[in-house]
Design a protein around this ligand. Structure first.
Ligand SMILES: Nc1ncnc2c1ncn2[C@@H]1O[C@H](COP(=O)(O)OP(=O)(O)O)[C@@H](O)[C@H]1O
Ligand SMILES: [Mg+2]
Length: 231
């Protein structure tokens, strides 16, 4: 479904060129659940932002179901992102004063969707994360875990092919973390392709496979799990 080939990203820092990603290859099959681990600064968010079409690589190819996405114009890329990719961030990125419903609806504002269908989609998405009862609540009133559930509902509202989650439980307490992980597992079982970044092994282990980035490159991912749990 997704192929990254020889993907590199170089940024300018203090007048010098800093390689952030070095010839990264990645193949993701439909239905896959890939976890990406790695120390802080290893390039995980940069890779996610490129996958999510929020950032451009310096070189390399990005194929998404036969589409060479780097060849799309800016507006085509924006439409592609909105329709086919859902994003969940560590910091939720919600609009605080708006209600749960209005936050979840945001991606629908950029595509044609009749009012009835919009309502149905919002309710289905909120049901999937267990927050239908908070429909009209302003997001400011919610706990961190509930905010992240709203963000997940928003990320799936357009029924995207690919769901990207960058440290989704990084700001959450243990109980909310478990909830969020259960939601991702169930979305994957329902067929969503997921790429999840976490430096927390317990979180990464919900994926079907774990890849590790170090200094902008994949490393051997054979470091054994604690207590000999098979990956
Ligand atoms: N636009 C940018 N300008 C300068 N430095 C950047 C930029 N984007 C990323 N970096 C640097 O690239 C490295 C990797 O960043 P990031 O992808 O955020 O890592 P991670 O998510 O693994 O912590 C860091 O050293 C960061 O400072
Ligand atoms: Mg990061």
């Amino acid at each position: 479904m997704i192929e990254l080939r020889n993907l590199s990203k170089v940024v300018q820092e203090a007048g010098r060129e800093l390689p952030v990603l070095r010839s990264v290859d990645l193949s993701i099959q439909a239905g896959d659940f890939v976890s990406i681990m790695g120390p802080s600064g290893s390039g995980k968010s940069t890779l996610m932002n490129i996958l999510g079409l929020l950032d451009e690589p310096t070189s390399g190819e990005y194929w998404f179901e036969g589409t060479n996405v780097r060849k799309l114009s800016g507006s085509k890329q924006a439409a592609f992102r909105n329709e086919r990719i859902g994003f969940v961030f560590q910091a939720f990125m919600l609009i605080p004063r708006l209600s749960v419903k209005d936050n979840v609806e945001v991606p629908l504002l950029y595509t044609y969707c009749p009012r009835k269908e919009r309502k149905r989609r919002i309710e289905t998405a909120l049901e999937q994360v267990g927050l239908l009862h908070k429909l009209n609540e302003p997001v400011v009133h919610l706990s961190g875990g509930q905010k992240q559930k709203v963000a997940i509902a928003r990320s799936i509202i357009n029924d995207p092919d690919l769901l990207l989650a960058d440290e989704p439980s990084g700001n959450l307490d243990a109980e909310s973390k478990e909830d969020i992980l259960r939601i991702f597992t169930s979305l994957n079982r329902m067929g969503k392709t997921i790429v999840l970044v976490s430096h927390d092994r317990e979180v990464a282990e919900i994926g079907k496979r774990i890849l590790t980035l170090r200094n902008g490159e994949w490393t051997e991912t054979s470091d054994p799990a604690p207590m000999g749990v098979a990956l």
